[in-house]
Design a protein around this ligand. Structure first.
Ligand code: ATR
Length: 280
């Protein structure tokens, strides 16, 4: 059986997912393809019906459809339900199951830098309160860290994130000013905002100067590979993690749901870094 896979979004031309998934299909000796589809928002339902009729095994979902696709699906997994967003659709017989691998993908990537035990002892600051922050908050909370704080340019959104997502030990919301003042308390600081993403590469979500030495600064952005936020953190003695690992692991988890095989993520991380013009 050939796997029919893909990603729907708009715009989608810049997506690195086809490069990554087609390589994985080839490496695993699986027949099939993974194709990017730019869908007009008003044609979302028609596209889903079409993909189902064509026999697609599953597909990824990206901006602007992560929430809009939910009414057309039959079931959601716990993460997609808690976050209210889907990045992976898995077809089971006639049913379409919505899943979310973004948060877990980030945690997998974090585990390349810190052990599960270190995560349990960590105080973590998440910057941002959008869809990406929600997924990361939900998945990180399952690692039972000592503390999770959320800060956001619009503080009300940080507060509503903490209220709306139910986790075992809820985090707290800080203003940007408070977070900046207390920056030295955190072992891991994660930028989930788009501040610093190409072409606005000078933007920073907050002043990171007072980051604790040996703390870890993580960004979910991978264009550029080193954002201003990561650069400043590195120059202040912190360890850094860029967004390539999260991108690869969210894809690897999706690939494993479709095919039953967890692909080689390390090789894919190196391929994406090279593709972004970076060195390994
Ligand atoms: P996503 O689903 O990718 O997380 P989103 O829901 O639009 O996208 O959320 C974007 C996040 O980035 C928000 O936390 C946003 O802050 P606001 O809630 O105040 O809008 C944050 N963000 C975007 N641009 C930013 C900037 N230049 N500085 C600081 N935060 C920024």
């Amino acid at each position: 059986m050939a796997y029919l896979l893909g990603v729907i979004g708009n715009p989608i031309a810049q997506s690195k997912s086809p490069l990554m998934h087609n390589k994985w299909l080839e490496n695993e000796g699986l027949d099939g393809f993974y194709q990017a589809f730019a869908i007009e928002p008003e044609k979302l339902e028609a596209a889903i019906i079409g993909m189902k009729a064509l026999g697609f095994n599953g597909w990824n979902v990206t901006i602007p459809f992560k929430e809009a696709i939910i009414p057309f699906l039959d079931e959601l997994d716990a993460a997609a339900n808690a976050i209210g967003a889907v990045n992976t659709v898995v077809r089971k017989g006639e049913k379409l199951i919505g899943r979310n691998t973004d948060g877990l993908g980030f945690v997998q990537s974090l585990l390349d830098k810190r052990s599960a035990d270190q995560l349990k002892q960590a105080s973590i600051l998440i910057i941002g309160a959008g869809g990406a922050a929600k997924g990361i908050y939900y998945a990180l909370a399952k690692q039972l860290p000592k503390k999770i704080a959320i800060t956001n340019r619009t503080q009300l959104r940080a507060e509503s994130l903490v209220r709306s997502i139910s986790v075992e030990s809820p985090g707290c919301a800080f203003s940007i000013g408070e977070a900046q003042e207390r920056l030295g308390e955190f072992d891991i600081i994660i930028n989930t905002t788009s501040a610093g993403m190409f072409p606005n590469i000078k933007d920073m979500p907050l002043d990171i100067t007072n980051i604790k030495k040996n703390a870890l600064a993580a960004d979910i952005i991978y264009n550029p590979l080193e954002t201003s936020f990561l650069r400043k953190a590195r120059l202040n003695g912190a360890d850094t993690l860029n967004g390539v690992g999260m991108f690869v692991h969210q894809g690897a988890l999706a690939f494993s749901y479709w095919t039953g095989k967890y692909p080689n993520s390390e090789q894919a991380i190196n391929t994406i870094i090279q593709d972004q013009g970076g060195t390994i």
